[in-house]
Design a protein around this ligand. Structure first.
Ligand SMILES: Nc1nc2c(ncn2[C@@H]2O[C@H](COP(=O)(O)OP(=O)(O)OP(=O)(O)O)[C@@H](O)[C@H]2O)c(=O)[nH]1
Ligand SMILES: [Mg+2]
Length: 463
């Protein structure tokens, strides 16, 4: 057992549970190297452990001498490591039991089990990465669409950090001027030029903050995705539409009204945006018991919907039942979709458009898969406000950042008001400092311990 210095050396299995080609154990801290030396036996006994070089050998229990695994081990001397501390990685066979055995040995020898996110937290606390980059690590691990990977990669590259720093620098220039005004209150010359400073704050602080907040809202759609519920009378083609959007025969389709009895949920992406699509039981009166339950579920799903696809049948126009259903809709964005246009001769959307007065309408054939791309575009436009937005373009703040940005913007507006009203410089300085602090929260400069704990606890083990 190796003696503990003050900061414990941490260890964890860094790869997910389940069989794999290899599984990696990671160790960080001042004991990383001695711990490795105590359990690792290079195949070539004369081979010295060199920093950042893989060595082939065996893990043995120093007490019993029994061999646990044949491994590749690497010792990386700080500060050029993930945590800036000494780091060791042991590449074992990807068996969970083997990995657990090696980890148990390390803990017996004096390592401490790492908390979730503790490696990344140390990287942050040791100043290797700021908080936005640490969060980007988690975002990257969780990213399940290419758009999310792009956003995470950008943040990991320091895009958000640099943008926040640039805004903070502008504020610091203003703070410098205001401090001079505070220090020399009796100067004849006016130190603060209110007009110039207002322009400076408007253009270089408030405008970029507004852009960041807007991008955060767009980014949220790409991170969390949206829920789209297909609704309509029985037999209008809801399940056919689900299948068309998924490009697979997921749901049962028959000419019998009341085919779908339960809600069916699937994930798909539209222009990179994750979409949870929900097919529902056709809504009608006089349904039998099982169908009735399905209809109740359909109604319940409406509550979670970000967008409702209201399906209509081109062969029958808008029927009294459709009207009834429309009237019962909750206040949600609705896209009307006229289906089965393939079997209507001389189909014209105008009749529907007139009746739906100003509401967005798309015409499709779910069965043939016609105009599904037009429908997807319409969904995208409705959700993104008709604005083409590229998630990979740069900086996309998350929900936590957004809250801090909003507070910074409010404080920034109070700075402007203070200047316009000619408030004393020291009062303006307080709001200016508040603006700076809210921005500091984003990059982790002024973030409190409990917020940090909350962020890192969301990480997975070994990261
Ligand atoms: N010609 C044509 N037929 C369609 C189209 N879409 C669906 N249908 C047919 O309409 C019938 C009902 O389709 P479904 O997709 O099961 O309709 P649904 O709205 O899910 O019906 P319920 O689950 O009973 O509420 C089937 O026979 C489909 O083949 C279309 O675009 N064109
Ligand atoms: Mg159906």
């Amino acid at each position: 057992m190796i003696d503990h210095p003050q900061e414990p050396t941490i260890a964890a299995i860094a790869t997910p549970p389940g069989p794999g080609g290899i599984g990696v154990i990671r160790i960080s801290g001042s004991l990383a190297r001695p711990l490795l030396v105590s359990i690792f036996h290079p195949k070539n006994k004369n081979k010295k452990l060199r920093s950042h070089q893989l060595t082939y050998g065996f893990i043995r229990d120093p007490q019993t001498g029994s061999m646990l695994d044949e491994v590749l081990a690497v010792y990386m001397q700080g500060p050029k490591t993930y945590t800036r501390e000494d780091v060791v990685e042991i590449h074992c066979h990807g068996s969970y039991l083997v990995l657990k055995g090696v980890l148990a040995l390390l803990l017996k020898e004096g390592a401490q089990l790492a908390a979730p996110g503790e490696f990344t937290k140390r990287a942050f606390l040791n100043g290797r990465i700021d908080l936005t980059r640490a969060e980007a690590v988690m975002e990257l691990l969780e990213a399940n669409t290419p758009a999310r990977v792009d956003m995470a990669r950008n943040q990991l590259g320091g895009g958000l950090h640099a943008t926040i720093m640039a805004i903070r620098n502008q504020l610091m220039v203003c703070r410098g001027i205001i401090e001079v005004a505070i220090d020399f209150p009796d100067e004849d010359v006016e130190i603060i030029n209110p007009q110039a400073m207002s322009v400076q704050i408007n253009e270089n602080v408030l405008a970029p903050l507004a852009t960041l907040i807007n991008d955060a809202d767009k980014g949220r759609i790409y991170r969390d995705g949206i829920s789209v519920v297909i609704l309509g009378r029985p037999n209008v083609g809801k399940s056919s539409l689900l299948n068309s959007l998924l490009r697979e025969e997921r749901a049962i389709v028959t000419p019998v009204p009341g085919t779908t009895r339960d809600t069916i949920e699937e994930m798909l992406t539209i222009h990179g945006m994750p979409v949870r699509i929900v097919d529902t039981a056709g809504i009608r009166d006089q349904a039998e018991a099982v169908e009735e339950i399905g209809i109740e579920r359909a109604r319940a799903k409406l509550g979670e919907a970000d967008l409702v696809l209201f399906l209509l049948d081109a062969t029958c126009g808008i029927t009294p039942d459709d009207e009834k259903l429309r009237k019962a809709l909750p206040a949600k964005p609705v896209l009307y979709v006229v289906n089965k246009i393939d079997i209507v001769e001389d189909y014209k959307v105008d009749v529907f458009q007139e009746k739906l007065a100003g509401q967005p309408v798309v015409s499709i054939s779910a069965k043939k898969g016609d105009y599904i791309d037009t429908l997807e575009q319409a969904v995208y436009d409705l959700v993104c406000g008709g604005e083409e937005w590229d998630p990979g373009h740069g900086v996309v703040p998350n929900v936590r950042h957004r809250a801090a940005l909003e507070k910074a913007r409010e404080a920034g507006c109070r700075v402007l008001d203070g200047i316009a009203e000619g408030l004393p410089a020291d009062l303006v300085a307080i709001e200016l400092q508040a603006t700076l602090d809210h921005l500091g929260d984003i990059i982790g400069e002024t973030t409190t311990e409990d917020v940090l704990d909350m962020i890192f606890q969301q990480f997975c083990l070994g990261k």
